[in-house]
Write a protein that binds this ligand. Structure first.
Ligand code: HEM
Length: 203
């Protein structure tokens, strides 16, 4: 099945708007209110005890969500390759590197018990390792493998968006937060990764 170019552009724009929407939430919430003021009181308590790691995660990972969608626009990549490389470094070092290590740390005290903690820790390890594999591929000059690893990596970055969309859906369906959260901690990134894998394999 061939995907129409217009549909591809629309999907990329939708990805960008949704990503920047969540970044907007994160930046406003964590610069104007005490950390965790917008989430569950138990999460806020844990955030207040771990402020440096929370801020490193929120502001680090935000870089990945700001920059990531831009990297998939073919025109930008082709016209300004040096800009693509500079954004790529920021994405991997600040976004995935700092955001991922801090995210892994935060998984140890995440809300939702062992199920949610295991989900976030798995996500963090896969996020960091797929970022490292994408970097290794491009340093070796293997652009095709780099592209595939970045698609998988961004699918996980986008988990931050799908988590919040799914949480909104679960609120609308009146599912209690502590029931929904451990399930969504897994469900927010697995479908993304499956779509990315499908797209990466079709070349
Ligand atoms: C993809 C890898 C990611 C992992 C493994 C991860 C991990 C985590 C963990 C464990 C928490 C604490 C949750 C809790 O206490 O229950 C958290 C919270 C948070 N993360 Fe991430 N995260 C990732 C991506 C992102 C991205 C890309 C952003 C973009 C801004 C982000 C923004 C936040 C924010 C704002 C919070 C605080 C909770 C809230 O206000 O919604 N995360 N993350």
């Amino acid at each position: 099945m061939r995907i129409k170019p217009a549909l591809i552009v629309c999907s990329k724009v939708a990805l960008l708007l949704a990503s920047w929407g969540v970044v907007g939430y994160a930046l406003v919430a964590y610069t104007t209110k005490p950390a965790g003021a917008t989430v569950h009181p138990e999460m806020m308590r844990a955030f207040q005890e771990n402020l440096p790691v929370v801020y490193a995660h929120v502001f680090g990972a935000a870089v990945a969500l700001i920059v990531g969608p831009l990297q998939f626009f073919t025109g930008l990549r082709a016209r300004w390759p040096a800009f693509h490389r500079a954004l790529g470094r920021a994405y991997l070092l600040l976004g995935v590197g700092i955001g991922g290590v801090a995210g892994l740390w935060m998984s140890t005290f995440a809300f939702g018990g062992l199920t949610a903690r295991a989900a976030f820790a798995t996500l963090a390890v896969m996020w960091l390792s797929s970022g490292a594999l994408a970097l290794r591929a491009i340093l070796r000059g293997d652009a095709a493998a780099h592209r595939r690893w970045m698609m998988r990596n961004f699918a996980m970055t986008f988990g931050a968006v799908t988590l919040r969309l799914m949480l909104t859906g679960s609120f609308a369906l009146k599912v209690p937060f502590d029931t929904a959260y451990p399930v969504l901690a897994w469900a927010c990134w697995m479908p993304n990764l499956m779509v990315a894998e499908w797209l990466a394999r079709r070349g």
